[in-house]
Design a protein around this ligand. Structure first.
Ligand code: 5GP
Length: 126
């Protein structure tokens, strides 16, 4: 067990510049880009640049600077896209799928920001 990072995952390749991405925002320790298969009018992925598999891996081992950067990068994307209700936006859903039960497909931590419409039920019945 433990956090075993596979540097061949698709987001590692994007972070190395081997695969293109539609960048929304970049900071010192984080990258945000549009999801290739959007599930809503707004569907942005935010990643820490460091080699972290899951949120738990990141929360346990990332530096304070990385944690702050990732948190603020998510906020900056939300602000940039006008989603924050406190700024007149319609709101959004923030998701971090983790492991098999969470439906995580790519083994590099990423937050999904979904918005631009009523995102609907939080969990499907399936
Ligand atoms: P997960 O299920 O791991 O939380 O989500 C992975 C997400 O990555 C999916 O929403 C999928 O559409 C997206 N994705 C997979 N491959 C690529 C890619 O090459 N580029 C981009 N921009 N998104 C990708």
């Amino acid at each position: 067990m433990g956090y075993d990072y596979d540097s061949d995952n698709i987001f590692a390749k994007i972070l190395r510049g081997e695969i293109p991405n539609d960048t929304v925002l970049e900071t010192a320790h984080s990258l945000a880009f549009n999801d290739i298969g959007p599930q809503a009018p707004v569907h942005v992925l935010v990643l820490p640049k460091g080699a972290y598999v899951t949120w738990d891996h990141f929360a346990a081992e990332a530096s304070a600077e990385e944690v702050m950067d990732f948190t603020r990068a998510i906020h900056a994307v939300i602000e940039k896209l006008g989603l924050d209700p406190a700024s007149g936006g319609g709101g959004y859903r923030l998701i971090m799928n983790t492991g098999p039960d969470g439906g995580q497909e790519v083994a590099h931590l990423h937050a999904h920001i979904l918005g631009g419409k009523d995102i609907g039920k939080m969990v499907s019945d399936g």
